[in-house]
Design a protein around this ligand. Sequence first.
Ligand SMILES: Cc1ncc(COP(=O)(O)O)c(C=O)c1O
Length: 416
Amino acid sequence: MTHAIDGGKPVRDTPIDTDKGVSYLSEQEEMQAVEDVLRSRSLFRYYGPQLLRKTEAFEQRLRDITGAKYALGVSSGTAALQAALVGLGVEDGDEVVVPAVTFIATVGAVINARAVPVFAEVDESLNLDPISFEAQVTSKTKAVVPVHLANVACDMDPIMAVARRHGIRVLEDAAQAMGVTYRGRQVGSIGDAGAFSLQLSKNITTGEGGALVTGDFTVFDRAARYHDQGGQFTTSTGDVRELTSGEPFIGTNLRMTEIAGALAAAQIDRLERIVSSMRGFAAEIRRRLGDLPVEWRRIPDPMGEGGSVTMFFESSDTAIHFADALRAEGIPAGRVYGGRPVYANPAVLNQRTAWSVGCPFNCAEHPTDRTYAMGMCPRSEDLLGRSLSIGIGPMMTQGDVDDIVAAVRKVAEHLL
Ligand SMILES: Cc1ncc(COP(=O)(O)O)c(C=O)c1O
């Protein structure tokens, strides 16, 4: 059979639907929830002519689902990470360990919290390697941000063990994994705090939006105050402004709108079905392709995995050709993050922020001897280069799964 990339007939000529929460936005529940907020004319979460408290309802559902004591809806996943870092007490010049494989927002949140990102390797799970994390620990290390990448939970037990051994706070970046479990616990609720994204491509969505959870009142209180201009509405009841954890500080505005709160509250009821549907498709694809001469991404908790298909080839050349050939067959596929670690971003390599070059990564007031260069996490670079990830969505059909399996086999016959 001639490959589509060589002019043959593609396995598919219609796209596979890999949309997640976005697929349900025109359902009755979502439409009604938004309409109710518009009719109430109360789009601000803290007051309005007829406040419906939709954001509060979403936070309650998130607490119920995650088992976390506190939850806060915010304006994005990045906002959730940044507010959580402030909540955890990260300060100027503290070091925060992040994996070499993540979205740039994880790094940006650390820098915008005035801390210094330190990169650790991922292992064959493409998630933080606890041994590499421990090797990066110094007296300046305040926090670590394990990232549950593409609906696969990090191996949290060894990560938590390292963190506890060194007194390091753990912020789970669960932006890409809401609803996924690890050893029976919801990701985001295992560390000291967890951050979720509700951006358009995520498991459930409000277009832009996010949330954080924590079991620690001080973390919650500091994060809530930070997200609300230091606590303008969060800490006020009528005329009384309560200062609960420490002195007041300047915050910013990362508040969730009631429209986003209403959508999030409607979508969260679909979360379990969305995640289990993707998990089923991913497991079937891996099982049916189990005989291929490739290495599969390690899933630390197969019971809790949320739906993701990633494999590694022997060389990056094969991965590139395989991805090109699969896309020509009509299958959504590519190397994870284009085969490059997050620190390949020139802003990271050159330590550039919006306010200056080299600060606070490495300025006189916030000295750090950390420098960044390609090659600093060689195992992560190697794994990314050889990776191939296939898109999965909850609305896929059995026919889509059959086509993915057929296309991978067709390409593998020539390339492996
Ligand atoms: C791993 C990771 N962290 C953080 C974020 C940031 O989320 P948002 O886009 O909602 O700010 C994203 C999402 O895009 C992400 O994938």
